[in-house]
Design a protein around this ligand. Structure first.
Ligand code: MYR
Length: 131
């Protein structure tokens, strides 16, 4: 289950990923240490996610398979949806500014939540622990 409170433990290739996203160096350095925490509350097909970091706090509601809008901390707007395949949450989002695709997955493995990202050929991971 995804339910619970998660805090970022470590990143894998996240700076390269952000660079591919076009995020400048200063913002990349800050974002690499954003102290991201997420709280996930799933009930059936609907999710409530609280996100908090050095940059902002926000709450997101979505339903599996239903499109919604999401803005990154730098203002980049995405639109897309999550679906569930077995134990894997799969997100497909499109950047509104350039039409390019950002795909992401979430899976719980042991005591960790692993979120993977792909954008234009660059993969990254952010790994969370329960808190
Ligand atoms: C949520 O479930 O937490 C809300 C929807 C998340 C949408 C996809 C997130 C992609 C985040 C990419 C971060 C990239 C920073 C350059």
């Amino acid at each position: 289950t995804f339910n619970g409170n998660w805090k970022i433990d470590r990143n894998d290739n996240y700076e390269k990923f952000m660079e591919q996203m076009g995020i400048n160096m200063v913002k990349r350095k800050l974002a690499a240490h954003d102290n991201l925490k997420i709280t996930i509350e799933q009930s059936g097909d609907t999710f409530h996610v609280k996100e908090s970091s050095k940059f902002r706090t926000l709450e997101i509601d979505f339903t599996l398979g239903v499109n919604f809008e999401y803005s990154l901390a730098d203002g980049t707007e995405l639109s897309g949806s999550w679906t569930m395949e077995g134990d894997l949450l799969k997100g497909v989002f499109t950047r509104k500014d350039n039409g390019k695709k950002l795909t992401t997955t979430r899976i719980v493995q042991g005591d960790e939540l692993i979120q993977s990202y792909n954008y234009e050929g660059v993969d990254a991971k952010r790994i969370f622990k329960r808190c």
